[in-house]
Design a protein around this ligand. Structure first.
Ligand SMILES: [Zn+2]
Length: 214
């Protein structure tokens, strides 16, 4: 079973990807992990990737695709895998499909964990971080027992710039711009499945397993 996960930052896509990987016994593959592993092992592809990252540049599509394809050739991928954070662009999606086609394979599902922007913005704006020890809380889901102070160290809790509504909305705009073409791409292939990501995490997972089958 080969799955691509789509979903906005803050939609809970990573959590679902981990749950799927565990239930179906397939690896959860993210480009970040692949980059780190190749750099750590000093592979040729890893050295190339590092030279871009050291210059503060994005790793080019072609190299990213090579790294992912290389990872997918590993033994643990023979029953499938779940891709998280890749592909991000149409050229990446096309390169992935082309590489799979060479092996006589194709992607089975693209799962979109769909959460309206306003829900994500409101979830994020409830986060609080401790200025002392870095502990994190949420005013609704995980409030500090000491109100606006940290349970651990007693320092003041703040809303980080990263979690402020305007910052979150900007990130979401970039996401939509990048990802909408992918949603169209997989819709045309007939493999896009959207699930309502506003539900409880376990209900989202049930919706996904209903699509994938037990
Ligand atoms: Zn603290």
């Amino acid at each position: 079973m080969k799955i691509v996960m789509l979903g906005a930052p803050g939609a809970g896509k990573g959590t679902q990807a981990k749950m799927i990987a565990s239930k179906y016994q397939i690896p959860h593959i993210s480009t970040g992990d692949i980059f780190r592993a190749n750099i750590k092992n000093g592979t040729e592809l890893g050295k190339k990737a590092k030279s871009y990252m050291d210059q503060g540049l994005l790793v080019p599509d072609e190299l990213t695709v090579d790294l992912v394809i290389d990872r997918l050739a590993n033994d643990d991928c023979k029953n499938g895998y779940i891709l998280d954070g890749f592909p991000r662009t149409i050229p990446q999606a096309e390169a992935l499909d082309a590489a799979l086609a060479k092996l006589g394979e194709k992607m089975d599902y693209a799962i979109d964990v769909d959460v309206p922007d306003e829900n994500i913005v409101s979830r994020m704006s409830g986060r609080r971080a401790c200025t002392g020890c870095g502990a994190t809380y949420h005013i609704v889901y995980n409030p500090s027992k000491k109100g606006d102070c940290c349970e651990v160290c007693g320092e003041k809790l703040i809303l980080r710039d990263d979690d402020k509504p305007e910052t979150v909305q900007k990130r979401l705009n970039v996401y939509h711009e990048q990802t909408q073409p992918l949603i169209d791409y997989y819709t045309k292939q007939g493999i896009l499945k959207a699930v309502d990501g506003t539900q409880d995490m376990n209900d989202v997972f049930t919706a996904i397993t209903n699509i994938l089958g037990a």
